[in-house]
Ligand binder design. Sequence first.
Ligand SMILES: NC(=O)C1=CN([C@@H]2O[C@H](COP(=O)(O)OP(=O)(O)OC[C@H]3O[C@@H](n4cnc5c(N)ncnc54)[C@H](O)[C@@H]3O)[C@@H](O)[C@H]2O)C=CC1
Ligand SMILES: CC(=O)[C@](C)(O)C(=O)O
Ligand SMILES: [Mg+2]
Ligand SMILES: [Mg+2]
Length: 328
Amino acid sequence: MQKYYESDADPGTLEGKTIAVIGYGSQGRGQALNLRDSGCQVVIGLRPGSSWQRASEDGFEVYSVTEAVKRADIIQILLPDENQAGVYRAEISPNIRENACLMFSHGFNIHYGQIVPPPTVDVVMVAPKGPGHMVRRTYEEGKGVPALIAIHQDATGKAHAIALAYARGIGATRAVVLETTFAEETETDLFGEQAVLCGGITSLIKAGFETLVDAGYAPEMAYLEVLHETKLIVDLIYEGGFTKMRDSISNTAQYGDLTRGPRVIGPETYVAMQEILEEIQNGEFAKEWMLENMVNRPVFNALTRADEEHLIEQVGKEIRGFMPQFRK
Ligand SMILES: NC(=O)C1=CN([C@@H]2O[C@H](COP(=O)(O)OP(=O)(O)OC[C@H]3O[C@@H](n4cnc5c(N)ncnc54)[C@H](O)[C@@H]3O)[C@@H](O)[C@H]2O)C=CC1
Ligand SMILES: CC(=O)[C@](C)(O)C(=O)O
Ligand SMILES: [Mg+2]
Ligand SMILES: [Mg+2]
């Protein structure tokens, strides 16, 4: 597998180029601040609202999406996936320059045909494998979040160099940059966030919390055991795999881990994961998500609200209030 680091990227590729970051949320703010600190010329494209104000307060030139695109050599679309196609049709497509570079941090809209760029532009992806806030925090710590790059279209012959230089600008080459395709990034990212990173973990934590509370244990105990400590355990896995974590926990815990873990995440979990992956690969999930947005996200809103009202969220707020480390 081809790996790229700082020395593989030529910052000169972006010399004199204007990068328009469209959207200033989790990824947009993180990437724009890092790019500017890396010496890149950045403007922000937004609609009026709180993001516009924040970007201005951070010292960026902020324009409408239309005006930002007109000024840009590289257009990094960091809008919500569900909004990208509409903004692309209305404001980006009519104003994008020939030989410009259209960039994404997730392949959803290209992979599922929501956006079909003209053949005259480069189309690349630079996808951090981490939340936008961490892209910024690690950069400020002198480190980086790994990223994937992919080339969908190379109209200028410079698409790869631009993607690498951009990845360097956001700090990703300090960690590692791997090459992929829009299809592979889209399908693995959707699967990862649904089955493990977000959906799987929150469901596992909630099930553990509810099991203890329903058995009569104090919610505070349950919270510390199955939520707070999860970070501490996962940090060790992050640093050195299952081995490092198992070197650190007790033998009692390790025996329970190895013998009871597969009873919690068993064969039926594998079946569910395969079904989820199938829905991603055949476009079912993408269609469901786009339809959900067309009717103002009833399921998204109801399930989000239910979890916000879950006891674990109330208890969590209370416990974090006990700990000085969480006090601003
Ligand atoms: N959140 C994350 O950490 C990651 C996100 N991504 C990808 O990055 C892209 C952006 O995602 P996030 O940063 O999470 O988005 P976000 O929801 O945090 O921010 C979206 C930004 O776009 C602006 N916006 C929304 N609709 C707009 C419109 N119609 N016109 C102009 N501005 C508009 C919002 O005001 C906000 O500033 C997506 O493709 C996502 O899949 C990729 C890796 C990780
Ligand atoms: C943070 C990240 O990588 C995700 C979970 O894929 C996302 O926010 O889309
Ligand atoms: Mg992701
Ligand atoms: Mg994602």
